[in-house]
Design a protein around this ligand. Structure first.
Ligand code: NHR
Ligand code: GAR
Length: 217
């Protein structure tokens, strides 16, 4: 199975996926990495790992539809089976989502459906949440609204700031994302337009772990 990873920044989730691939635990080859920013820290990491890389900047495209068309062309040229968003900061058009909906996953830094959108750690603190976390979900046209597959819960501590909380969540992102990719690569996870199936059973609610707990097999 071949995967493409879409990034916009640092690329630590990309690195976690690459590490899982190297360890033989991903079940997929990361054939290519596409960044929406030329200065993304993840790009040199991708190149060092031997992935093909491409940069598609929004400023070089006249519309979202035009950007997404260029993105599709690159993805399709690499002939991948799976599209993985990893800190990708561009909202897609419905047409783009429709094309990849059965083979596209995202890692989002909150316990969805709580805290969709950006700046989730800041908002978790501002809203006084006692628990926070991250979610791997299927991507649908509704932003951060697709079915959640696996999430990890972390405590919010009284002395947390945005950075300490983000770090605690990020460690869990790096555990759960490669794990879900493995399910997809092994053919155990199927993404359908209205439902997600794991081992042939419709997921009616997300699987959940707590920080550090063993992951569901
Ligand atoms: N597209 C669709 N249609 N559906 C989803 O669920 C998507 C998506 C595109 C990206 C990732 C998402 C996240 O994990 C994602 C999920 C970007 C924004 C955003 O507001 C929000 C959520 C996500 C990604 N982007 C601004 C935009 O105008 C740009 C912000 C910036 O550049 O700083 O595209 O949270
Ligand atoms: C991660 O925390 C990811 O969940 C989040 O951005 C960070 C990217 O870090 N994604 C979003 O907020 C998407 N809107 P990384 O580049 O080191 O993987």
């Amino acid at each position: 199975m071949r995967a493409v990873v879409l990034i916009s920044g640092r690329g630590s989730n990309l690195q976690a996926l690459l590490a899982a691939q190297r360890a033989g635990e991903l079940g997929a080859d990361i054939a290519g990495v596409i960044s929406s920013r030329g200065d993304a820290g993840g790009l040199p990491k991708a190149a060092a790992a031997g992935c093909q890389v491409a940069v598609l900047e929004a400023s070089d495209h006249t519309s979202r539809a035009d950007f997404d068309a260029a993105l599709s062309r690159q993805i399709d040229a690499w002939q991948v089976d799976l599209v993985l968003l990893a800190g990708f900061l561009r909202i897609f058009t419905d047409d783009f989502v429709a094309r990849y909906q059965t083979r596209m996953l995202n890692i989002h830094p909150s316990l969805l459906p709580a805290l969709k959108g950006l700046h989730t750690h800041r908002r978790a603190l501002a809203e006084g949440h006692s628990e926070h976390g991250c979610s791997v979900h299927a991507v649908t046209p509704e932003l951060d609204g697709g079915p959640v597959i696996l999430q990890s819960r972390v405590p919010v501590r009284p002395d947390d700031d945005e950075q300490t909380l983000a770090d605690r969540v990020l460690r869990e992102e790096h555990r759960i994302y490669p794990h879900v990719v493995r399910w997809f690569a092994d053919g155990r996870l199927q993404l359908h337009p209205g439902a997600v199936l794991l081992d042939g059973q419709t997921l009616t609610r997300p699987l959940q772990v707590r920080a550090g707990d063993p992951l569901p097999v």
